[in-house]
Design a binder for this molecule. Sequence first.
Ligand SMILES: [Zn+2]
Length: 166
Amino acid sequence: MPALARAQFGSNAKDRYLLFLERVDTGEFAAQPFTLDGKTLYWAGYKKLCAILRDEHVPPEMGFVQINVRTIEALWAVQSYLRRDGVGSPIMVHSGYRTPQTNAQIEGAARLSYHMWGKAVDFHVPGVPLDYLAGVCEACPASGGVGYYPDGWVHMDTGPKRIWVG
Ligand SMILES: [Zn+2]
């Protein structure tokens, strides 16, 4: 795991690897660890996090997929950093996995978006300015692309390193 992701949080394994996600549109949330030992997946928690990151525009059998683990790790690393700064808010998810159909319907979305591989998430964190959040994402060793959208969210993926303003 990358250096930032190895940073400790909490007194026990469940707290240490906890990721707190909430879906903007539906208010569904999960506060679950994705691993207990930092090496192997904790499936029960991982699946609940993947459910929050599903494509909510299609039936669950199409929209509920396994999200790239490195992407989950990157979200966790960003949230852990904010927690140490005293921010306890969830990561508010605007978009996670997208089926090709959903992606095609989004104006301005990249044709071969990392969202279609479960490797990208659009989000904001209540109380954290977006430009600051984009900076935290960029500094996270596990992140690849970071897009700053002043209208309301930051895009983070685990493709190649690059930054842009949307
Ligand atoms: Zn995005």
